[in-house]
Design a protein around this ligand. Structure first.
Ligand code: XUL
Ligand code: CO
Length: 437
């Protein structure tokens, strides 16, 4: 097969002064930060669905993308050729992981049997390409939302046959993820939610979703798949209300249904903002509760209300992400998957390179800035001061579990008034962060 990107050489690190925009200015995969090379901090992954299947269609018009390797018909042969294009792209970009849905990599057949076979035929090529390049699968997943059979949901469909079909699809998706040595498997509940409460039995749907995830965990055990499961929160789109609303909501679901030993969070930036949170909030919430797994890196547009999945270029955002990720000990075996698409007007193949290079450079800068902030210890120092009252005296005694309402009433009756508060210093802190950016 002829090269798909013949004019593009391997993307190299050239440093901040370089004017070459097909080079990294900040991402040097071998640069060691906090004792680890950048490539290990990030474990960047390309999202097969956006980068190799995104056509740029929107509700107002069809796709615009020029992708010379695409044939008129979605055949297994074309899917196999596309897989080779994907690996050429990832190798030239210098990314070491990718993620896919079953239906991104291989066409859905007329029957489940045919779909399984199509998938196996493409997985064969993916495996060869992985061996040839050393690129690995960060996580696999199943598309349980495109086919009309899933119009009411998959694991939460009122139609038991839709549930059964989804189970068969996920069984196969976990098996091919294992076959490819995938280090994770993600659940994103494409249509697991509701549009209307008058026709919805919420309790039953939650029970079904939990039963479905338990079946996945059981099957993984049965076949010896030891990868990490992830649950990816998103509050809305396509349904009005998704059951996997945000990190807090997902953790509550996992706890309620006894799934906490098996599933961590895969947190996506644009989903966080759709939920009215920042990405930093979501990472912190997951990290604080021991559920930080992996992230889907992208960004929304502050002026548009929907899931635009743009590539992240905002250094302030990546700095906040990396500060929290470093704080909780990193992402491995998870990573940073660019669940992001080039915009409809960026229709040439080279735009795929610019997009990923920009995202990787933005995270590299975020990492370096976060490491510098941590090295100076300024945030830690201010936190220690703010919580100083818990280090000694009554605070230390409460934290040690030695106090009660009665003892605290006695303490306060004797003391008379709480000690004076200290300033929150938000403006100072924001200014300090800006001195590093
Ligand atoms: C959808 C989304 C998905 C998941 C994988 O918004 O983020 O692509 O990441 O199913
Ligand atoms: Co995602």
């Amino acid at each position: 097969m002829a090269a798909a990107f013949p004019d593009i050489e391997k993307i190299r690190f050239e440093g901040p002064q370089s004017k070459n925009m097909l080079a990294f200015h900040h991402y040097d995969e071998n640069e060691v930060v906090e004792g680890k090379p950048m490539r290990e901090h990030f474990r960047f992954a390309v999202a097969y669905w956006h980068t190799f299947r995104g056509q740029g269609a929107d509700p107002f018009g069809p796709g615009t993308m020029i992708r010379p390797w695409e044939a008129a018909e979605d055949t297994v042969k074309n899917a196999q050729d596309r897989a080779k294009v994907a690996f050429e792209f990832m190798q030239k970009l210098g990314v070491h992981f990718y993620c896919f849905h079953d239906r991104d990599v291989a066409p859905e057949g007329k029957t489940l049997k045919e779909s399984h076979k199509n998938l196996d035929d493409v997985v064969k090529v993916l495996k060869e390409e992985q061996e040839r390049t050393g690129i690995k699968l960060l996580w696999g997943t199943a598309n349980l939302f495109s086919n009309p059979r899933y119009m009411h949901g998959a694991a939460t469909s009122p139609n038991a046959d839709a549930f059964a079909y989804a189970a068969a699809q996920v069984k196969k998706a976990i098996e091919v993820t294992k076959e490819l040595g995938g280090v994770g498997y993600t659940f994103w509940g494409g249509r697991e939610g509701y549009q209307n409460l008058w026709n919805t039995d919420i309790k039953r749907e939650f029970d079904h979703l939990a039963a479905f995830m338990h079946m996945a965990v059981d099957h993984a055990k049965a076949i010896g798949f030891t990868g990490q499961f992830y649950f990816e929160p998103k509050p809305k789109e396509p349904t009005k209300h998704q059951y996997d609303f945000d990190v807090a909501n997902c953790i509550n679901f996992l706890r309620t249904y006894g799934l906490t030993d098996h599933v961590k969070m895969n947190i996506e930036t644009n989903h966080a903002t759709l939920a009215g949170h920042s990405m930093q909030h979501e990472i912190e919430y997951a990290g604080a509760q021991g559920f930080l797994g992996s992230i889907d890196a992208n960004t929304g547009d502050a002026l548009l209300g929907w899931d635009t999945d743009q590539f992240p270029t905002d250094i302030y955002l990546t700095t906040a992400c990396m500060l929290s990720i470093l704080k909780y000990g990193g992402l491995a075996p998870g990573g940073i998957n660019f669940d992001a698409k080039v915009r409809r007007e960026s229709f040439e193949p080279v735009d795929l390179f610019y997009a990923h290079i920009g995202g990787m450079d933005a995270f590299a800068r975020g990492l370096k800035i976060a490491a510098a902030i941590r090295k100076d210890g300024i945030l830690d120092k201010m936190l220690a001061e703010r919580y100083g009252s818990w280090g000694t005296g009554i605070g230390a005694s409460i934290e040690a579990g030695k106090e009660s309402f009665a003892s605290l009433e006695k303490y306060m009756l004797e003391k008379g008034e709480a000690q004076a508060n200290i300033s929150g210093r938000q403006e100072l802190l924001e200014n300090i962060i800006n001195t590093y950016i």
